[in-house]
Design a protein around this ligand. Structure first.
Ligand SMILES: CC(C)(COP(=O)(O)OP(=O)(O)OC[C@H]1O[C@@H](n2cnc3c(N)ncnc32)[C@H](O)[C@@H]1OP(=O)(O)O)[C@@H](O)C(=O)NCCC(=O)NCCS
Length: 219
């Protein structure tokens, strides 16, 4: 049967490692992911994201969540692709773990980004899902480095990066909702990577690799 994953292999990607599963965001997951965001990701007076999407009124979040993923699907190209995956822990949807790239065939790097519904935070799940994404990108997509970034007042995100092995790679002054804030840039190189204790199993890998231009022309 031809499925949506035939058009966009991202949708058929399924990465599992112990209790963690990262899966392409098919349409059936959009509503449940919006519900997690409605339930709450952070305090209203603290903004961890560059785009303050999580402050949208509850009635608008299902549409904005869906449009974010549909938009990202529609813009998916070899030159510029993102894989914002649904994250499950012990079978329960908990949030999202993503990676964004630009000219990946040349740069062999990508930037990780993630969020968890508040009730799942502070239990090591953010560290586990980031380790799974980094192992996937290094071991299965032939990456040579991975970056991340977090505002300097986000100890949870910086804590995950430290535990996974990223090192600080400079700071930038940014505008966060009209106020200045320091963004800490982070870099993970393969030799510094602190791996997850569970091995990865990947479904849909060969299709996904082809969709990002790997395995074509002997690359
Ligand atoms: C950032 C996020 C994904 C981290 O996931 P998490 O599961 O909460 O983090 P972990 O439990 O794996 O914690 C990682 C480390 O950070 C530390 N940490 C976590 N929350 C912390 C907090 N509020 N204050 C201080 N340290 C904290 C933990 O202690 C842990 O280190 P330790 O094991 O040495 O104690 C999650 O908190 C989240 O979704 N936050 C809101 C959205 C967000 O900030 N996204 C990232 C934008 S850059």
């Amino acid at each position: 049967m031809t499925t949506a994953a035939a058009a966009l292999p991202l949708l058929g990607l399924r990465i599992t490692a112990g209790p963690v599963e990262l899966r392409g965001v098919t349409d059936d997951l959009l509503g449940p992911m919006a519900q997690l965001a409605i339930d709450g990701i952070h305090d209203p007076d603290f903004m961890p994201f560059a785009t303050p999407w999580s402050l949208a009124p509850a009635e608008d979040l299902p549409r904005s969540m869906a449009q974010f993923h549909w938009g990202s699907r529609s813009r998916f190209t070899v030159e510029k692709w993102s894989a914002d995956l649904a994250a499950f822990y012990e079978g329960e949807l908990v949030g999202s773990q993503g990676i964004s790239t630009s000219d990946y065939l040349v740069t062999r790097t990508g930037e990780t980004g993630s969020w968890l519904a508040r009730k799942f935070q502070g239990r090591g799940i953010g560290t586990a899902m980031r380790k799974v994404m980094c192992a996937f990108v290094f071991d299965h997509l032939d990456a040579e480095s991975i970056t991340s970034a977090a505002y300097d007042d986000n100890p949870a995100s910086l804590g995950v990066s430290r535990k996974v092995g990223y090192t600080e790679n400079g700071t930038e002054r940014r505008n966060r909702m009209g106020k200045p804030v320091t963004l800490v840039r982070l870099l993970l190189e393969p030799g510094d990577f602190k791996r997850y204790e569970h091995p990865l199993t990947v479904e849909g890998l060969s299709e996904f690799r082809r969709s990002i231009g790997l395995d074509a022309d002997g690359r």
